[in-house]
Design a protein around this ligand. Sequence first.
Ligand SMILES: [Ca+2]
Ligand SMILES: [Ca+2]
Ligand SMILES: [Ca+2]
Ligand SMILES: [Ca+2]
Length: 277
Amino acid sequence: MTCLRVVALFAACVPAATLLSQAPAPTLLLPKLVNAPVIDGDLGEWRERAWHDGVWDVARVSHAPWYDGGVRNRLTRHGTEPAADEDLSARYYLAWDDRYLYLGAEVRDNVNDTTDPKHEPKRWYYKDAIAWFIEAPRDEKSELFAEGDHGFAFVIDPKKPDYGAWWRHGAPDRTYVEEPLPAHAVSYVVRMNPWGRSAGDFILEARIDLAATCGKTDRRWTPPKIGDTYSLCIVHTDPDGGDYGGHLLIHGSGDDDRTWTPMRLVGPQAPIERKPN
Ligand SMILES: [Ca+2]
Ligand SMILES: [Ca+2]
Ligand SMILES: [Ca+2]
Ligand SMILES: [Ca+2]
């Protein structure tokens, strides 16, 4: 059998989704900020200089290689839900400097829901929340919140309860350590209804001190520098009055860090130029 025929036979037997999921994910480029943002719930001073790849909603996620057919990566209906893009759509922003990782989100959500009948501090994923899963630095090993893996999760409650900024991480001898982000390691603001459109809309602006988090839990960690490779998965949870509820998984498919997308630290980025007429 010729090589060409073997390849054709193989392609015919393997579903397209499998081929897609095996394609290497393009590396995201994470820009460095020259001027440190003020953490005040307004992303204006850095949003055009951050990593940002447009609006995400369930329609866009359903075309991504990591989509699981709606098993966990999904939105949920509660009788009077609006169209899916009104249920949840968001832009996410990410950047770094010598000390901090900066995280931002601008979100359209129909209902703000931070109540959980079986509340435990670590159950951010039963509330409206955004978590950035980061491995820093990335390695080739498949790990589940082992040394070097971090989940920085923010419950969308402007009152900032003591579980509002959460840290799931690994350590040299443990996995899935669950604890609040130490107050000295995080600064964040949740601003509700920023556009006067829906009480569920919000802007989240946050910064994480890398030495106080990654530096305390990973023997391989070194201060961030241009050329380092991290990896990223964003988990946005949206129960809207339900129990486990909606989940958008973006740039990865869950806790296994091998599914997270590589992200290289690069120098400052100028805003996208808009041409004159
Ligand atoms: Ca700001
Ligand atoms: Ca929603
Ligand atoms: Ca790994
Ligand atoms: Ca919601």
